[in-house]
Write a new protein. Structure first.
Length: 690
């Protein structure tokens, strides 16, 4: 295979793509370079479809080699382990971009692998990974409706940044990953700091414009390679059998879809399905697929032509909302949030700085003080399945809720706690990640976390039929599964904090997404109003079981006095006061304790250790050295002063031992500092003042 290269100019810098030199046994392989970041993307598809599969078996895996940053893994084995959450999230971005661009019915097992071989510390690779994957598919013979591309776009300091550096992303007003083909938007994911809908639409338009330019370059690379797509035969539909299934099932399906309860609909549809399969036992597999297609057709037709959704709501109507806070006695905050047949049980736990999550990245070790863990147990949908830890879906949903709530959390200097939210979905019929956002917000307020503003989330759907687009608010599970879009928007009354969009059409017009955003805003405001009926602001006090924190600042030069030799002093303080102490390099001290008494006790000890004597102030001192004409008096740990015999009393004293002995305690007043830098003390002045 000959080598081919292309360089694409973008507002964020050059992107260089090369194929034909590396990984030549793959169906498609591309090496992407942007600044000092290098990503290898490969695509391979099996030659024959997997038998009996009812979905497209696509696997996307993005991995970061620490050698790319010149680092050795810190694990015991000194090699990369299982895929990390951060890698899962980038894998999902790529998957959600390319999956809708494969032809319907294509069932050959396909694998797209992305490996970061060189990492520029100022380059965020998620958008580049999408470009590399799309390019690898474009130069392959795998059926793919490209070209497509992705880009990360951020707005900060009043300027848009394309493929922004990590520094550019810090504090950005809007930070989105957008993917698009020449036909329209494919995927959106990102966060914002209460940005307006207009600002987000501007980001989408800007991102789509850059994607179209990138897609043009990728298409040119594909033309230079000149490979034709492999031949494949879509599954044939037996029109006679399809008519027989429709004749038997259409009316019963309509009746089942008219039931308001998910359980009723599922039970009735399963009975209809069994009847259809029994009538066509000799062609059971084909009949099952045709039945599912008929259910989708009937549901979509009812929504488009009649405006009738499965639970009887109109397109913009939100399900009934109920909730309760403080329903669990021991967690620091708790909430039940129920919207229709979707329910989240959320707890909030407050911890110390030592509870922060520490993890390894290409840039080195990092930590985060806000954790959100989303769990989707099988009972939430009435199923039985083994539980083997969080899957990719749970990691992705948890990250979306995390991004939705992060912008309203207080700064660490104002609220020195590690915060952990855990959302257990106890019932699910659509939009469980947005229920997590709402329940998480209520749990934060119940715990007394002083958030900037309440946050709500809503999931929007879409049905496209005969050229008409119907946008649905607060979608059900069936509407997500059988519809054309899943568009989640979270935010406050002021603006958007998180956004995520997937579609099954391959591309969406930008005006449709703009319309969905405005409809989502109205739905979000309604949900916020219902949440305010449950709890309208953070509680004034933390839960009794929450740790207490006191903060003070000391001079960095005095940190050693608090820590002591080998950490002996700080360990002693923590043990005696039953607390935990965290000291930053700038002298910020945080004291965590189960009660206020322990915190005050530790604070008093630290203040004594770091005492900065004030001229004119009286201290209780302890005599540690006695000589004829002076004594050395300790007024705080590590702080000593010199008391001359003439400053003992308001009378003449022959020698110090006539009045004081080693170990005596006596009040002394700080008079100043002598030429040798020693603190000058007066007992006589202290007695006169007292």
């Amino acid at each position: 295979m000959n080598s081919h290269e292309i360089t694409i100019e973008t507002p964020g810098g050059e992107i260089h793509l090369e194929t034909g030199r590396v990984a030549r046994h793959a169906d498609g392989a591309v090496v992407l370079r942007h600044r000092d970041t290098v990503i290898l993307a490969t695509a391979v598809a099996a030659s024959e479809p997997r038998p009996g599969v009812g979905f497209f078996p696509l696997t996307v895996e993005y991995r970061e080699k620490l050698s790319a940053a010149g680092r050795i893994p810190g694990s015991y084995f000194r090699r990369e382990g299982r895929i990390t959450d951060a890698e899962v999230l980038v894998s999902r971005l790529v998957d959600r971009t390319i999956r809708p661009l494969f032809p319907k019915g294509f069932a050959c097992e396909t694998q797209v692998l992305l490996t970061v071989l060189s990492a520029d510390e100022q380059v965020e690779p998620s958008g580049l990974a999408i470009v590399a994957a799309a390019a690898a598919l474009e130069v392959s013979d795998i059926p793919f409706s490209g070209p497509a591309a992705g880009v990360r776009i951020a707005r900060g300091a009043g300027k848009w940044k394309v493929f922004p550096s990590r520094r550019d992303r810090l504090g950005a007003e809007v930070d989105l990953v957008v993917s698009a083909s020449g036909k329209g938007l494919v995927m959106v994911e990102g966060e914002a700091r209460q940005a307006t809908e207009e600002r987000v639409v501007a980001a989408l338009e800007r991102g789509a414009e850059v994607c179209r330019s990138l897609a043009g370059g990728i298409g040119e690379l594909g033309r230079r390679v000149g490979r034709s797509r492999r031949e494949w035969t879509p599954p044939e539909v037996d029109e006679e059998l399809a008519a027989q299934v429709a004749s038997r099932a259409a009316e019963p399906i309509d009746q089942a879809l008219g039931k308001g309860s998910k359980a009723e609909r599922r039970t009735l549809l399963e009975q209809i399905r069994r009847d259809v399969l029994a009538a066509h036992a000799e062609r059971e597999e084909e009949a099952a697929a045709l039945f599912e297609a008929e259910v989708a057709r009937r549901l979509r037709a009812a929504i488009v032509s009649e405006g009738r959704r499965p639970d009887g709501r109109g397109p913009e109507e939100i399900r009934a909302i109920t909730g309760e806070v403080g329903w669990l006695p021991r967690p620091h905050g708790s909430a039940i949030f129920t919207r229709g047949e979707t329910q989240a049980l959320v707890t909030c736990t407050l911890g110390t700085v030592g509870d922060e999550q520490r993890y390894e990245t290409l840039e080195g070790s990092a930590s985060q003080r806000f954790l959100l863990h989303y769990n989707f147990p099988p009972y939430s949908v009435g199923e039985v399945r083994p539980q083997r830890g969080p899957g990719r879906r749970e990691i992705g949903h948890g990250d979306l809720a995390h991004r939705a709530l992060s912008p309203v959390l207080p700064e660490a200097d104002d609220f020195a706690y590690t915060i952990r939210l855990v959302s257990d979905i106890s019932e699910s019929n659509g939009s469980s990640s947005m229920a997590t956002v709402c329940g998480g917000c209520l749990a934060l307020m119940d715990a007394g976390v002083p958030i900037r503003a309440p946050v709500a989330g809503i999931a929007m759907g879409l049905i496209h039929q005969a050229g008409e687009y119907v946008v649905l608010s607060d979608i059900l599970g069936e509407e997500d599964h059988l519809g054309d879009m899943d568009f989640k928007v979270a935010g406050t009354r002021e603006g958007i904090t998180a956004i995520q969009m997937d579609n099954k059409l391959g591309a969406l017009p930008e005006e449709v997404l703009s319309r969905a955003l405005e409809q989502a805003r109205r739905g979000r405001e309604h949900i916020l109003g219902e949440m305010e009926k449950i709890l309208d602001r953070p509680r004034d006090d933390l839960a009794a079981s929450a740790p207490r924190v006191q903060t003070l600042r000391i001079r960095p030069e005095r940190i050693g006095a608090v820590i002591g030799p080998g950490g002996k002093t700080i360990q002693e303080i923590q043990a005696n006061a039953s607390c935990r102490i965290d000291i930053q390099d700038d002298g910020l001290v945080r004291i965590y304790s189960e009660d206020a008494i322990g915190a005050r006790k530790a604070r008093a000890r630290i203040e004594a250790l770091t005492l900065e004597p004030e001229v004119g102030k009286v201290y209780d001192g302890k005599v540690i050295v006695v000589r004829d004409f002076f004594a050395v008096v300790q007024i705080a740990p590590g702080v000593e002063g010199r008391l001359h015999v003439s400053e003992l009393e308001n009378r003449r004293v022959g020698k110090v031992s006539d009045v004081l002995s080693v170990g005596d305690e006596t009040p002394v007043r700080v008079q100043g500092v002598d030429r040798q830098g020693r603190i000058v003390l007066s007992r006589r002045a202290a007695l006169a003042a007292g």
